[in-house]
Design a protein around this ligand. Sequence first.
Ligand code: ZN
Length: 219
Amino acid sequence: MNRAEEDYIKTIYELTTQKNQSLIKTNELAERFGYTDQSVNEMVKRLEGKKLVSFIPYKGLSLTTKGKQVAIRMIRSHRIWEVFLTEKLGFSWESVHEDAEMLEHATSDQVLEKLYHYLGDPIHCQHGNPIPDLKGKMEPTTNLSLADLEVHDVFEITRVLDFKELLVYLNEQNIKLYDHYQVIEKDLFNGIIKIKRDSEEKTISMKTAKMLFGQKVNS
Ligand SMILES: [Zn+2]
């Protein structure tokens, strides 16, 4: 399997889990990659031929069991490399994505398992995304975002989108994983949310708040 095929498989998996739906439309894939419908259709045919996806005309496509295994392996490899790059090589969390994208395709099972144990069988990557275990099982992810909370609620950030501009911004704002913030004002008209940690107040956009996931904690 080549890198383009693996990336398709991974993206189909991610779209299915993000949207929590069993079928993905080919135009959703075209949109995500910025490719033409025609090139997406050709790739889907190729993946169907390899029994990695099943396609129902006019309905959409889904991964087969074999396809899911490939996707989970890629995700596992990606996130294990992210842990290695940040914890062992000192990379910052905003700068590991591209290298992990390359390394995930180039890693044998043997290297991956050694690396995983070397890192102490980590459960999450640096962005709070769960790492599937050896059997492909992973912790369910929370989809509750900071934007969903009400004034006075206290929120613990446990996962952020792995998106460079966001991560750089969070560094500037000194917002980290596992920080607790209380919502002190929600201004939907202007699209901003004011949050507080100890005595420090911050104003962030609702757009950013929608990219920070976690859980409500008792204040
Ligand atoms: Zn990550």
